[in-house]
Design a protein around this ligand. Structure first.
Ligand code: FES
Length: 110
């Protein structure tokens, strides 16, 4: 975790679920937490705050795709597998695009 004295200005428009499950490996399956998803979660949360992106990260339990994790789901949009620090910028871009899409949709319906 990290400390930040920033308060988001906007209410989150949607949630992002990132599996941070770390298993004890009694069954020899990989886990997202064992592949670094907890560090990825810290980075995503920090980016959301720093860039004022109105989305909320939820550290989720197992999403039943353990062999292709870490797994991240943008609520109402794409599911990403095998995410790494290298693929994170693309996912942040996708999150921003989803924010823009939802804002445009809300504008059309207002
Ligand atoms: S441990 Fe992440 S999907 Fe199962």
């Amino acid at each position: 975790m990290f400390e930040v004295d920033y308060i988001p200005s906007e209410k989150p428009l949607f949630n992002i679920r990132l599996c941070t499950n770390k298993r004890l490996n009694k069954d020899k399956l990989p886990s997202c937490g064992g592949r670094g998803s907890r560090d990825l979660a810290d980075t995503i949360e920090k980016t959301l705050l720093e860039q004022s992106i109105p989305a909320k990260l939820i550290r989720s339990p197992c999403m039943n795709n353990c062999k292709i994790g870490p797994n991240l789901k943008i609520q109402g949009a794409a599911l990403y597998n095998e995410i790494t620090a290298e693929t994170l910028p693309d996912i942040i871009t996708a999150i921003k695009a989803e924010v823009d899409r939802r804002k445009a949709e809300a504008g059309e319906n207002a």
